[in-house]
Design a protein around this ligand. Structure first.
Ligand code: NDP
Ligand code: 8X3
Length: 255
């Protein structure tokens, strides 16, 4: 049966790969993000390659009015969202707390925590009405372990961990699955964003080991939606083989 999947942050990285994976398996996708040109290109390429229906919604998850407008604009089958993937997120900066940049903190907390909450608040009632649905929050190993200079990013992802657990408790009586997918180091635009466009510094993050790729995360995100109705994966941590924990990464050998 084909489903309707809404993926936030589909213009790059995991979100783009997740939308592609679902479309490749015949599902209709709602793709969202701030970069309209990339969204429009993805819409065309998914329709063309897989013949599925694609709806591109251009908004910033930090802006409640924009989120309300976007979800409020859905009609017909697009309101019957089977899977919400709360993926939009970012790290900005890498500093000790006493030197932290307040604007960086606000971007992370507003996107990773409040944006995810806005989306969940607006989409979950549609699922409750239908007594079906699956919410997948993209957390991080940074939501399981704190690492140096990552206080606020880690704090935002610990919040995603807690919000995922609470959401599951709230929605269990409505037969709605809630899953967290928590990846380790993955080569996407993530580090370029964290280091504010510094290509060299971003590239160094992935030197000397084989990181996760967006397609790896898309694979497991898709997998958790393929299980029988009575089975839910609560929490899935996916790491590069070369990475044992947030701070324990073996470099020097490509695996
Ligand atoms: P990318 O930077 O490649 O992609 C991030 C996506 O989020 C983009 O599509 C971007 O779209 C979207 N986004 C960011 N801010 C907003 C916003 N305010 N409103 C709407 N969309 C937004 O990073 P990843 O794919 O790596 O990251 C995806 C998620 O995975 C994030 O939550 C991140 O924290 C998490 N993660 C990443 C890991 C990694 O190592 N890469 C590991 C673990 C978790 P646009 O700019 O067009 O708005
Ligand atoms: C993103 C990966 O290494 O910053 O969540 O935790 S890391």
């Amino acid at each position: 049966m084909n489903k309707v999947i809404l993926v936030t942050g589909a213009t790059a990285g995991f979100g783009r790969a997740i939308a592609t994976k679902f479309a490749a398996n015949g599902h209709d996708v709602i793709i969202t993000g701030r970069r309209k040109k990339l969204l429009d290109e993805l819409e065309l390429s998914l329709k063309d390659a897989y013949g599925v229906d694609v709806l591109a919604l251009h908004f910033d998850v930090r802006n409640l009015a924009e989120v309300e407008l976007a979800i409020g604009s859905l009609t017909g089958k697009w309101r019957e969202i089977d899977v919400l993937v709360n993926n939009a997120g970012l790290a900005v900066g890498l500093n000790q707390i006493q030197e932290g940049v307040i604007d960086d903190w606000e971007r992370m907390i507003d996107t990773n925590v409040k944006g995810l909450l806005y989306m969940t608040r607006l989409v979950s009632p549609l699922m409750v009405q239908r007594k079906r649905g699956h919410i997948i929050n993209i957390g991080s190993i940074a939501g399981k372990e704190v690492y140096p200079n990552g206080t606020v990013y880690c704090g935002s992802k610990f919040a995603v961990d807690a919000i995922t657990k609470g959401t599951r408790i709230d929605l269990v009586e409505h037969h709605i699955k809630v899953t967290q997918v928590a990846p380790g180091a993955a080569d996407t635009e993530f580090s370029l964003v964290r280091f504010k466009g510094d290509v060299e510094r971003a590239g160094d993050v992935y030197n000397g080991f084989t990181p996760l790729y967006a397609e790896d995360v898309a694979e497991v995100t898709y997998y958790v939606t393929t299980l029988p109705d009575h089975v839910n994966i609560n929490d899935l941590v996916i790491m590069p083989t070369a990475q044992a924990s947030a701070t324990n990464l073996v470099r020097g050998e490509e695996t």
